[in-house]
Design a protein around this ligand. Structure first.
Ligand SMILES: NC(=O)c1ccc[n+]([C@@H]2O[C@H](COP(=O)([O-])OP(=O)(O)OC[C@H]3O[C@@H](n4cnc5c(N)ncnc54)[C@H](O)[C@@H]3O)[C@@H](O)[C@H]2O)c1
Length: 314
């Protein structure tokens, strides 16, 4: 029977499903890379979230490894090319945490336009700053969604529910697919110039790294808001700080950063019109169960039937 290593904290339903299917499972969260390299050779399958870096060096030691299962969507912590070269499949579970991330996007948008973070802080410090905290509403505004996959679509559906117009850009979907998923297809420049809120839901790749920068801020509506709950590095943080400082953007919210944990000297931290969270988009009870169930079921089906659901390097 295949032997599975789970190298991170994960909902207990994941090892339970493997055990019920007769697999041997070891759970060893928090291993350093050198410790992981010593034991990886014993395993047929590896389950990771986002902390374990599956490097070419680690894969070189993984003599028996057939599959790496990512409990979540992003595979940027896995060297997929090295895995492919080593004949190791890489599998993710897109969509399982889409609602959790989408709800955080709206939490951040409401917090931005109603100054909820500042309002609560000043209230707790004994101030009653009604005038300073006057806000704006989302109803009737336009949201531009860049990347219209599982999370982008959930954001689009929720935005429609509260009366926003939805523009979407996704070069891997045709216009009919975008329309069928409730948005108006738009070119990137139209997203920049026509949106009151721009929200990112695309992967980080060499092409998308730094795509939101001074040049793109210049194309945005004065007073627009930016939300990044996708990946750090999509947004140039120095340029964002500049756009927030000079008032080009009214505000920005980020759950993900180019360096995580966030460094104390990050220029965004000093700005009143910036709010952030420490990469918790998928950190909901429901999303964690969903990804844990999905990765176990997909990996079991791969070992038992050769099923390829979620394999990104088929
Ligand atoms: N904050 C968090 O905790 C958290 C949690 C889950 C996912 N994420 C991130 O959210 C993002 C979206 O995840 P998802 O589950 O919706 O993935 P998904 O694969 O379902 O959707 C991504 C979409 O982006 C599109 N895309 C690819 N390249 C693009 C480009 N250059 N321009 C525009 N669109 C492009 C794809 O066609 C796809 O439709 C990923 O970056 C993922 O890593 C973050």
């Amino acid at each position: 029977m295949p032997k599975i290593l789970i190298s991170e904290k994960i909902d207990p339903v994941c090892p339970q499903l493997f055990q019920e299917a007769g697999f041997q499972v070891d759970i060893k969260p928090g291993l350093e890379l050198d410790e992981l390299m010593k034991i990886i050779g014993e395993y047929d399958g590896l389950v990771v979230r986002s902390a374990t870096k599956v490097t070419a060096d680690l894969l070189a030691k993984a003599a028996n490894l057939k599959i790496v299962g990512r409990a979540g969507a992003g595979v940027d912590t896995i060297d997929v090319a090295a895995a492919t070269a080593a004949n190791v499949k890489v599998m993710n579970t897109p969509g399982q945490n889409a609602n959790g991330v989408a709800e955080l996007v709206f939490g951040l948008m409401f917090a931005l336009v109603r100054h909820i973070v500042d309002g609560c802080s000043s209230l707790k410090e004994g101030r009653w700053e009604k005038n300073k905290l006057a806000g704006t509403e989302l109803l009737g505004k336009t949201i531009g969604v860049i990347g219209y996959g599982a999370i982008g679509r959930r954001v689009g559906a929720m935005a429609q529910g509260i009366g926003m117009s939805v523009l979407a850009y996704d070069p891997y979907l045709n216009e009919n697919q975008i329309r069928a998923a409730g948005a108006r297809p738009a070119a990137l420049d139209e997203i920049y110039s026509g949106s009151d809120f721009i929200t990112l839901h695309l992967p980080k790749t060499p092409e998308t790294t730094n795509m939101i920068c001074a040049e793109t801020f210049a194309k945005m509506k004065p007073g627009a808001y930016l939300i990044n709950c996708a990946r750090g590095g999509l947004v140039n943080e120095d340029d964002l700080a500049g756009a927030l400082k000079d008032g080009k953007l009214a505000g920005a919210a980020m759950d993900v950063f180019s360096k995580e944990p966030l460094e104390a000297n990050n220029p965004l931290l000093a700005l009143d019109n910036f709010i952030g969270m420490p990469h918790v988009g998928a950190s909901t009870a429901e999303s964690q169960v969903n990804v844990a169930v999905a990765v176990a079921k997909q990996m079991i089906a791969y070992f038992q039937k050769g099923a390829m659901e979620g394999v990104v390097n088929a």
